[in-house]
Design a protein around this ligand. Structure first.
Ligand code: ADP
Length: 259
């Protein structure tokens, strides 16, 4: 085990020290457990497409007389597994980079421009499902944030809202500043999240209803990244959701130079 426990005998300094020591040990153990489960999950996710690719390639090698159409079909399958792998590696790298460089690259940011950039890029995705994107923006000053990271936050929340909302649904984005804080709200009329699952959605590799999500192509790494970025900014993220009704994600981040 990583930690040793010290028996707490009194309420004096030594007793308090022992108590702090024990609490630290518990933290370390929790951290270690999470680290191990992260590696196990990541390996499993990497293994799955690799096994498919291997099986497909081997059957092509063993094959003697198939026509070109069948070959093409196999190659297409291999290609889509490779795409999945490469998306997973991108996701893992994003998280790893954040872990390594905990410092933010804060600047004075025109948040309205940033939001518009995300929306322009995600609009085609929404259009494909005939989802209406409603935007309400009221930011009257520049805010002091890390623009690339906040871009990722908005991107992931909006991408999820579109992904988990069926055809003809609606997505509402509201962005405003108040007393030096940036407040972003993304609401959708989608499938929602069962109450008992909400506490887990920010854990790596957690997907509610795995079969549905594999189809949608997620790895469960988007929200952990969002949470990490928000917390690096000393902000907070909150979720409200009801199955079949939709979800609301609210992010509050300090954006004052002095904070
Ligand atoms: P993924 O890549 O699977 O979307 P995330 O970490 O972004 O990973 O989200 C984790 C899980 O939380 C998703 O798999 C999904 O089950 C649930 N989820 C996230 N956003 C929404 C949403 N807007 N509506 C319903 N479910 C959501």
């Amino acid at each position: 085990a990583l930690s040793t426990r010290v028996d707490i005998t009194g309420r004096d300094e030594i007793g308090q020290l022992a108590q702090a020591f024990n609490a630290m040990g518990e933290e370390l153990e929790k951290y270690d457990k999470r680290q191990k489960s992260f590696v196990a999950n990541a390996s499993h996710e990497l293994r799955t497409p690799l096994s498919s690719i291997k099986a497909l390639v081997e059957s092509l090698i063993d094959d003697q007389k198939s026509d070109i159409a069948l070959y093409k079909e196999f190659l297409k399958d291999i290609n889509s597994e490779i795409n999945r792998l490469s998306r997973l590696v991108d996701n893992l790298l994003n998280l790893a980079r954040l872990d390594k460089v905990k410092n933010l690259n804060k600047r004075d940011v025109d948040v309205e421009r940033l939001i518009k950039k995300v929306i322009t890029r995600l609009k085609p995705l929404a259009a494909k499902k005939n989802i209406e994107l409603n935007l309400k923006m009221k930011v009257n000053r520049k805010l002091y944030l890390d623009p690339e990271k906040i871009f990722q936050v908005i991107w992931n929340l909006l991408d999820n809202a579109i992904k988990y909302t069926p055809q003809n649904g609606r997505v509402f984005i509201s962005v405003k500043n108040k007393s030096g804080y940036l407040i972003i709200r993304v609401r959708d009329t989608g499938i929602g999240i069962p109450m008992e699952d909400i506490e887990y959605i920010f854990e790596p590799f957690v997907r509610i209803d795995k079969t549905r999500c594999r189809e949608l192509g997620g790895f469960g790494l988007g929200l952990p990244l969002v949470k990490e970025i928000v917390e690096l900014h000393r902000g907070k993220i909150k979720v409200n959701s009801r199955p079949k009704k939709g979800s609301i994600f609210t992010v509050i981040i300090p954006g004052d130079n002095s904070k």
